[in-house]
Design a protein around this ligand. Sequence first.
Ligand code: G
Ligand code: G
Ligand code: MN
Ligand code: NA
Length: 254
Amino acid sequence: LALESSLRRALNKRELFLEYQPQVEMASRRVIGMEALVRWQHPELGRVAPARFIPLAEQSGIISAIGEWVLRTACAQAEAWRQAGLPAMKVAVNVSGRQLVNPDLVDMVAAVLEQTGLDPGLLELELTESSAMKNAEETIAMFRELKRLGVSLAIDDFGTGYSSLSYLKKFPLDRIKVDRSFVMDITTDSDDAALVKTVIDLAHNLKLKVVCEGVETREQLSFLGDHQADEIQGYYFSRPLPADNFLAFIRNQV
Ligand code: G
Ligand code: G
Ligand code: MN
Ligand code: NA
């Protein structure tokens, strides 16, 4: 409970910040986007992991304020980098299930795009499989409204939930992100290898792009290249980086 009340203050006290992890296009090996990930630097406890405070934020409802702050900060940063002359990169922002049931979400996203001036085509929202499936029909309706704004939609942590494959077709999606628990053992576990290959084929048949997360080794990268994964995210290229370090990383590759 003490953690919950300090989380309420964390936003105002500027204890939250974002890190950005590069997303690399397989074919060109270039950074074509980044995922924004929220971080909390608590004055006494130090870093508190999102796995710990995001669920807390969801239970308490603080997630709507945090989610809006994350979205605005990420969009403003992406637009600032574009204006600074960096190549156009998409920014992916995580949206929690709790935000998804808020009817104001679409208006909030529209307002943030308007205020920050970011091209909607450069924003991607990541929703987890389990949250999207919870109220599938409502979610589909909301996804359609979000698509009308021009943003892209991705299903995060794909493979860890219980989505019916027929829903994958009904959702107006652009990408799926294969969860890193499947990528981890692709070079040693033939079941995981088969699973990932099958998911990539399925996604491509539905005209979806595939991002594979958690790529840490050259062997995983080469396996995924052989099997036509479109994009890669993982420590092999970079950990999530604070904004300044991300900028240096990009400047280094250009
Ligand atoms: O680095 P990593 O520990 O950042 O992230 C752990 C988990 O926290 C991931 O599952 C990620 O989706 C989630 N997460 C990170 N940033 C955000 C955010 O801004 N909003 C939401 N809802 N989840 C986030
Ligand atoms: O939103 P999502 O659950 O996809 O969050 C991505 C999480 O995965 C973040 O916690 C991020 O720090 C973590 N991550 C990104 N790349 C790697 C990787 O190569 N290895 C591991 N172990 N974790 C990663
Ligand atoms: Mn994510
Ligand atoms: Na994920």
